[in-house]
Design a protein around this ligand. Structure first.
Ligand SMILES: [Zn+2]
Ligand SMILES: [Zn+2]
Length: 309
């Protein structure tokens, strides 16, 4: 990574840690549950940064004797654990907010809560602006995501500031609980997004259709050298893609020629989609024709579509 980007990423973690500590302490001290909820949201950002760091280190470990496909799913597994923690937390916040609402407990020190939220807006907003600038200069997507996070949190802090100001002026104590409930819903939703992504990986979802189209396009450019391509399977684990397919070649083609063709196709796919493992199973035309319909139903391109039987 660019050195500027690395420094900015460290700053992002440091600022998030500062905001987390500040908001949790001030929220508990002042008795404002909405401030506590905002602190929890910052804590979750911090946890995400930590798990991303662990996942990148663990998930990118090369394949070994027991894990032939690498360790990419470790990342998805961590995301599920993280989501469970997020759901429990959002439930606890909602419960606390309900109880505070029902007992009509007041915010004890509104000025402390207000000052904390104002600082959160300023510190978070300025850091986000700086991160956006560095992300634009270095092209770092991870940094851009960090910047969006901080920006969204600063926005939430601004909303809470306004709500607490209304509470201070009008004495409507329920505003604090209402804000905390809204945050609890947002926190729950962020857990859901994590799980949806992780489940797609854990259940071996196919690659997005744009990427499958890229693979089919590459096969098309080699189509003059084989008779039929079928049974294409794609999936993703961590940051690696896995692609395998069957290729029907003329009986007279030598193993040497078939291998050269496969290597050329594999190289083209890897060039278009980096971090891809491609496996091609070669079949001679006569054997393919004897196999019957099963393989032909998964036709990709070439001769021998099902209708031609
Ligand atoms: Zn086949
Ligand atoms: Zn080879």
């Amino acid at each position: 990574m660019h050195r500027d980007a690395e420094r900015a990423a460290t700053l992002s973690v440091a600022v998030t840690a500062l905001l987390t500590g500040m908001e949790l302490a001030a929220g508990i001290w002042s008795g404002a549950i909405s401030v506590v909820a905002n602190g929890v949201q910052s804590a979750i950002d911090l946890l995400s940064a930590l798990t991303a760091w662990v996942a990148i280190r663990q998930g990118s470990k090369p394949p070994d004797a027991d894990h032939h496909y690498g360790h990419g799913k470790f990342e998805s597994l961590l995301a599920v654990v993280q989501a469970l923690m997020i759901w429990v937390t959002s439930f606890l916040i909602a419960l606390e907010a309900f109880q505070k609402w029902r007992a009509n407990l007041p915010v004890l020190y509104p000025p402390i809560a207000l000052a904390t939220m104002a600082s959160s807006v300023v510190i978070g907003g300025l850091t986000a602006r700086y991160l956006f600038a560095v992300a634009a200069r270095t092209g770092s997507l991870a940094l851009q995501a960090d910047a969006y996070h901080l920006w969204a949190d600063a926005g939430a802090a601004a909303g809470i500031f306004v709500g607490l100001a209304v509470l201070t002026v009008t004495g409507w104590q329920f505003v604090d609980s209402l804000l905390a409930l809204i945050l609890a819903v947002l926190i729950f939703r962020s857990g859901w997004q994590l799980v949806r992504q992780a489940m797609a990986h854990l259940l071996d979802a196919a690659l997005p259709s744009e990427e499958v189209a890229v693979i089919e396009g590459i096969l098309q450019t080699h189509a003059d050298q084989f008779l039929n391509a079928h049974r294409l399977r794609t999936r993703r684990a961590g940051n690696r893609r896995y692609v395998d397919l069957h290729l029907v070649v003329p009986d007279a083609m030598t193993v040497e020629e078939a291998h050269r063709l496969c290597d050329a196709i594999e190289a083209d796919i890897r060039k278009a989609l980096p971090n891809t493992d491609v496996t091609i199973h070669v079949e001679p035309e006569s054997a393919f024709r004897q196999q019957g319909l099963e393989d032909r139903t998964t036709f990709i391109l070439g001769r021998y579509r099902r209708e031609e039987k």
